[in-house]
Design a binder for this molecule. Sequence first.
Ligand code: PEP
Ligand code: MG
Length: 589
Amino acid sequence: MNPELGTWNSESAMSFTIHGIGVSGGIAIGHAHRVSHAKLEVTRYVVPQSRVPEESARFDAAIRRVRGELEELRANVPATAPAEFAGFINLHLMILDDSTLSVAPRRIIETECCNAEWALKAQMDALLAQFDEIEDGYLRERKRDVIQVVERVMKVLSGQPGYTPPPPMLDAEHDLILVARDLSPADVVQFKQHDFASFITDLGGTTSHTAVVARSLAIPSIVALHTARQLIRENEMLIVDGSEGVVIVDPDEPVLSEYQLRQRQFEIGRQKLKRLRDRRAVTLDGVQIDLHANIELPADVAEARENGATGIGLFRSEFLFLNRTDLPDEDEQFEAYRKVAVEMDGMPVTIRTYDLGADKPGDEPQRTITNPALGLRAIRLCLTEPQRFVTQLRAMLRASHHGSINILIPMLATAAEVDQTLALIRLAKHSLDEAGIPYDRDVRVGGMIEVPAAALALGMFIRKLDFLSIGTNDLIQYTLAIDRTDDTVAHLYDPLHPAVLSLLAHVIMTADKARVPVALCGEMAGDVSLTRLLLAFGLRQYSMHTAHLLDVKQVILKSSLSKLRPLARKMLRTSDPEKLHALLERLNA
Ligand code: PEP
Ligand code: MG
């Protein structure tokens, strides 16, 4: 997507807009802060023995160059810069001069005959692992500084030296709009500890896990901008319209005022919706709907309750496994699950077994995988690591003693996966019985329907499981063969594709006939334009990010099922995209 050139503002900087895909609504106004991917991607290659001295010299030159850059920065600190600025530069100089980064990589180059980037990355990883052991929060935070210093050296090694901004001052975070090429779900989940105004990326799809976590932050965000990193400079004024997927760079005064007004109106709308928090979600013809929340971390429960969630429909437990080098042990997991169960105060909490792999890699050795979404992820991965899996199952079972917990199995495709999981749950229960540890003997076990094979062969899952939950993010990805993380095919990702609608209706109606409860926890559940359609298909339990709960409740309160059903039936008989959109509009009128 190319930027559209606009007007010149008073300082003769060009104002322009960039278009992408809005993944989280609302308007943010603030200053750009360019960030790099938290994980430096570096490949290893062998350097012939005869060229090792040259490679070492290349490394030394990069270190010297970065030292020069930092010293120059220190000498030219602007008078207006915050007092901490010089301190950060000194800290970066100290990190650079530590022998771990400035001397040891040279030894690695010489002994392993490898490239300088690889040697530096190896030393950085070793240093970061030491930081993880540090108890002191302030010192642990300095990891970011180590990464930034190494990024600076990497830039020089790759022939692109330049200015890397110092880390932002924490008290100014609410003014910062992060501009990145790409961010992993692991990076984004860390933003929960921050107060950034917004983030925008050049890559990413609408239902990538990065976008999914963005929605849970409830800050405006846009992906697939393609050129943002290239065109936006550090500290430039930006307007991010997350609903429209538009970034306005260097807006002029009238545009800025217009968006300030829209921002206030959006906020007033949100506040008004809050009044619905304690209203029961019931249709005009009296059908009760469960509105549950999707969470990534126990800390998200407060927000879920504030937005009136009557349960947790999807706790993506794999986020407990990200951003760390070790595994959470049974007690740590138990505490996390127990906390959610207790805070939900008897309301149902559905915890999904860890869905690692694909775009959420855990600690497994990194291999080159051509089709990670089709590879060893979710339940497939769980079943290859029975010990790790049983540890999680024991933690979930123990937590079930403290609340109403359901276990959810991700990405089922075969009956054998259910059988093996149920056998491991029995094993976990047996070990708890032997140790005299209490748990809920009737804990319910459900499965995610997110692979077309599972949707089509639903009978074998219905017979074995207590409930189902439809994961439309993956179901659409696998049905339409569209990588949910790839921005170049994001426009083809279509929840209204007749094949998707027919699978959804089939799963909801078949489960209903068999009296097996079925929920929907993909991003479709939080899309208000689809609320009525799903209602008409027979969906009675929605699970979504907390930011959407009240919007969806508002639609439900104004819907009458008897009027919706005939239109939805018509949609299922229609394959023409234009007619489908027209029918959806009538349904939502
Ligand atoms: C889904 O696939 O719809 C889902 C809810 O799971 P996730 O987005 O975590 O893959
Ligand atoms: Mg999924």
